[in-house]
Ligand binder design. Structure first.
Ligand code: IPM
Ligand code: MG
Length: 352
């Protein structure tokens, strides 16, 4: 039996995940949905942002879908107990090294972008962010006190050949099914790990993917090009930290953070981790006005990439497109629908 583990988490997470449950029940009622505490709510109940038992449940599931974690009430918690620490632990334990973050501009929403319509119309970028290495996990990392009383904070940016190669492979494979172009972004002009990144991507490309067009781009220039002429990108491959930053910038191009899903994948056959890109949005949590589409589209990605249900994924994607084309808009999109009403709109498009 197929099992989806739901981790609704904090803030608007539970509200948007409730809509995923409704969509799943309508589209694929045979999928068993299991649920665990995650993030701040797990810290409150269990003293840790994710329990060993929840990690085990994630590893045993076919796919894991989370809502959001974090909130101001946990900002002062010990570092290793903060909601974000739970998310980083989950990513690492699941070994989901390739984070697919699509920045797709739905035609019905092209006017919601902060860029002009003609710059974002037809936008379809897939950011492939390395997710389990780099400065997020590199050792050593610490804050120390120096003899003169100053403090010194240290993080380590580190990548091995195999870490670079496996995520690059995902990018090249994806490109083959799209417009066949990969931009690889790093800072090889300043960083040793960036230089290695460029060398490894180059040799993998020559060896296994000569048919894919490859362009190396410095990460700062990539940021500029994203807001200058974003449609030049097809697949944008980058490391953990640059990917974090560039994917937020790309998300804004599409009009609303409330629209964007993501998939984090490991080796084939292992469960993927699916998450809406938006955070817990504490300012609107509990009001029932959050846009559930990022979570619903994360479920769509889970159907496609982990659950082997491309046909249902296509149907769901079409239903979201149809709902938007018919004018369904939550507040973030300039409309007035509630979270539940947006769920209704998708469900009725599914039935149509
Ligand atoms: C993201 C988030 C996370 C990250 C935080 C919440 C740890 O910003 O998924 O982009 O930095 O990876
Ligand atoms: Mg981020």
């Amino acid at each position: 039996m197929t099992t989806l583990l739901l981790l609704p988490g904090d803030g608007i997470g539970p509200e948007v995940c409730a809509q995923v449950r409704r969509v799943a029940a309508a589209l694929a009622p045979d999928i068993r949905i299991d649920e665990r505490d995650f993030g701040g709510c797990s810290f409150e109940r269990h003293g840790v942002p994710i329990t060993d038992e929840a990690v085990a449940a994630a590893l045993a599931a076919d796919a894991v879908l989370m809502g959001a974690v974090g909130g101001p009430q946990w900002a002062g918690a010990p570092r290793d107990k903060r909601p974000e620490a739970g998310l980083l632990r989950l990513r690492q334990e699941m070994q989901v090294f390739a984070n697919l973050r699509p920045a797709l501009c739905f035609d019905a929403l092209a006017d919601a972008s902060s860029l002009k319509r003609e710059l974002v119309a037809g936008l379809d970028i897939m950011i492939v962010r390395e997710l389990t290495g780099g400065v997020y996990f590199g050792q050593p990392r610490f804050i120390e006190t120096l003899p003169d009383g100053q403090q010194r904070g240290v993080d380590t940016q580190v990548y091995t050949t195999s870490e670079i190669e496996r995520v690059s492979r995902v990018a090249f494979e994806l490109a083959r099914g799209r417009r066949n172009k990969v931009h690889s972004a790093e800072k090889s002009n300043v960083m040793e790990s960036g230089l290695l990144w460029r060398q490894v991507v180059t040799s993998l490309h020559q060896r296994d993917y000569p048919d894919v067009e490859l362009e190396h781009i410095l990460a700062d220039n990539a940021a500029m090009q994203l807001v200058r002429a974003p449609t030049q990108f097809d697949v944008l491959l980058t490391d953990n930290l640059f990917g974090d930053i560039l994917s937020d910038a790309a998300a804004q191009l599409t009009g609303s953070l409330g629209m964007l899903p993501s998939a984090a994948l490991g080796e084939p056959g292992r469960p993927g981790l699916y998450e809406p890109i938006h955070g817990s949005a504490p300012d609107i949590a509990g009001q029932g006005v959050a846009n559930p589409l990022a979570a619903i589209l994360s479920f769509e990605m889970a159907l496609r990439w982990s659950l082997n249900r491309a046909a249902e994924a296509d149907r769901l994607f079409g239903a979201v497109e149809a709902a938007l084309a018919a004018g369904a808009r939550t507040r973030d999109l300039g409309g007035r629908l509630t979270t539940v009403e947006m769920g209704d709109a998708v469900l009725s498009a599914l039935k149509a």
